[in-house]
Design a protein around this ligand. Structure first.
Ligand code: ADP
Length: 197
């Protein structure tokens, strides 16, 4: 089973690239942000809880996020593999993902970080907010908070998988197709590489 983590700051293009990767490799795309927005749209208890954190640019608590992710993975026992987008975002989520996959006799194949500067992501998110209407994309203070949370809480996830020889980084600026090609080249190198400790 392929289990790919698409990683990078908010606005780095994970969702855009995940949609293309899903088509090319036949993987199931799981975006925790999309799942939370779906729940919010339906005013479920989970959605209402998530909303209170998302509108401040904070992370939804691990227990809530991990439970939701587990349900989604377990709903696809036939899957050839998964693309995780926006998860894991904390070390606790990384440990939970590793054990969930281990239960299925699988493991993370690799993590790929889309490297994009703070200025560029702020510009992209503000542009996206104008069309998506996402409240967390329209306010510069919330965007700054999300970038800060990414640096403090999420970037350790890169180091965690780096120690397992699984973290990769690609330059995330260019055309959508250029970035997609860089991603595919990295994915196709996964199996050839030894898993260092
Ligand atoms: P972006 O990557 O642009 O920030 P997302 O859709 O991935 O957009 O996330 C939007 C918000 O949803 C986050 O700011 C956070 O509040 C919440 N969220 C998404 N994924 C997670 C996660 N794995 N853990 C905790 N909160 C999450």
């Amino acid at each position: 089973m392929i289990a790919l983590i698409l990683f990078g700051p908010p606005g780095s293009g994970k969702g855009t690239q995940a949609a293309k990767l899903m088509d090319k490799y036949g993987l199931i795309h799981i975006s925790t942000g999309d799942l939370f927005r779906y729940e919010m749209g339906n005013n479920t208890p989970l959605g209402l809880e998530a909303k209170s954190y998302m509108e401040k640019g904070q992370l939804v608590p691990d227990s809530v996020t991990i439970g939701m992710l587990r349900n989604k993975v377990e709903a696809h026992p036939e899957a050839k593999g998964f693309i995780f987008d926006g998860f894991p975002r904390t070390l606790a989520q990384s440990v939970a993902l590793d054990s969930l996959l281990a239960e299925q006799g699988a493991e993370v194949s690799g993590l790929i970080m889309l490297d994009v500067s703070d200025d560029e992501i702020t510009r992209r998110i503000l542009g996206r907010g104008l069309v998506s209407g996402r409240a967390d994309d329209l306010d510069e203070a919330i965007i700054r908070k999300r970038i800060e949370v990414y640096k403090n809480e999420t970037s350790p996830v890169f180091d965690y998988y780096h120690q397992k020889g699984k973290s990769h980084q690609i330059f995330g600026i260019g055309t959508i197709d250029d970035i997609f090609e860089r991603l595919c080249a990295t994915i196709e190198g996964f199996e050839a590489e030894p898993h260092g400790e």
